[in-house]
Design a protein. Structure first.
Length: 73
């Protein structure tokens, strides 16, 4: 079994393109990211897929780590 330290990302100050959705959308969320690396474009794509809405702007802060456990061979 191997443990990987992965980032917890605090995504805040989210400005949604409200023209693309009439639903209530979060202004901030915390996400256990499943990769050690991340980019703004990956996060924009992920948020868009999760909430079916496009993003105009946001702030990202790494707020900690979580341990992903995976089975080794």
């Amino acid at each position: 079994m191997s443990n990987s330290k992965l980032p917890v990302l605090k995504i805040s100050d989210i400005i949604w393109n409200q023209d693309s959705s009439g639903k209530s959308l979060p202004k901030q969320i915390a996400v256990k990211w499943t990769s050690a690396d991340y980019s703004e474009s990956e996060i924009i794509r992920w948020l868009g897929q999760q909430y079916n809405c496009s993003i105009l702007d946001f702030t990202i802060v790494k707020s900690g780590y979580w341990k992903a456990e995976s089975e080794g061979s």
